[in-house]
Design a protein around this ligand. Structure first.
Ligand SMILES: [Fe+2]
Length: 247
């Protein structure tokens, strides 16, 4: 059995409240509290938008370092997924040291966790190197081929982790432009037991062709401290959405 602590969209920035409801400045403390609450779990995953750019690159880097320090000192291994706001504040490699690309996989027990990077334009240019808009998100062909290949080589089951959304919601810009193509690869593999994603702050859940798509609620919104716990055992996966009580 495996237990995983999950959270998304911390949008941390010292002193910043954004879009009226995003209490970016509270997120460092919220993440600290979550990591403490995850004690005893096997590992944690943050699903992107760890940082909110504040308009000052030096301050952004300071905020990134502060958050990375909290993650390193949290007492639990935490894997990262790239979000659009992260790429606003720094190059992808700053968030994923050791990974040459924004996508990668890791194995735990007999489960493969596949981290995708939706931070590309529909011209398949990385946000790092493009003038981009968050509503234009895409998984380039090269990454899709890697995904199909990585799934083909998976012996057990697989869980997909992505900031942007891979399920189908008509006219919702949180969904990547070629999500249908990505879903076909997931479905044809027959190995994917769940897709877990962030980005759409209100959260969402749907099942498409037997694959559950969990969109977790954003950590930065208001006072709430939402997270999820995934339990994987011989029966499959259960993702339970929870909230830490406020102080
Ligand atoms: Fe976000």
């Amino acid at each position: 059995m495996m237990r995983i602590g999950l959270f998304t969209d911390a949008h941390f920035a010292e002193g910043l409240t954004a879009n009226k409801t995003r209490m970016c400045w509270k997120s460092l403390d919220k993440v600290k509290r979550l990591l403490a609450a995850f004690a005893g779990m096997d590992f944690a995953v943050q699903l992107g938008d760890l940082i909110n750019a504040c308009g000052d690159p030096d301050k952004d880097m300071e905020n990134i370092r502060k958050m990375q320090h909290v993650l390193a000192e949290g007492g639990i291994e935490c894997f990262g997924v790239l979000g659009n706001h992260d790429v606003e504040s720094a190059r992808k490699a700053v968030f994923l040291p050791g990974h040459a690309r924004g996508y990668y996989h890791f194995d735990r027990e007999n489960v493969r966790f596949i981290v995708l990077d939706g931070n590309f334009t529909s011209e398949m240019i990385s946000y790092e190197d493009a003038e981009w808009d968050w509503t234009d998100s895409y998984i380039p062909n090269e990454q899709l081929a890697w995904l199909a290949d990585t799934l083909a080589q998976t012996e057990g089951k697989a869980v997909i982790l992505c900031h942007q959304n891979l399920d189908a919601r008509a006219n919702d810009p949180h969904v990547v432009k070629n999500s249908e193509e990505a879903r076909r690869i997931l479905e044809e593999s027959g190995k994917v037991i769940a897709v877990i994603q962030g980005h759409c702050h209100s959260g969402c859940f749907q099942v498409i062709n037997s694959i559950p798509y969990y969109t977790l609620k954003a950590l930065c919104e208001g006072e709430a401290i939402p997270y999820a716990e995934a339990v994987i055992d011989g029966n499959g996966i259960r993702v339970v959405e929870k909230e830490l009580t406020k102080e």
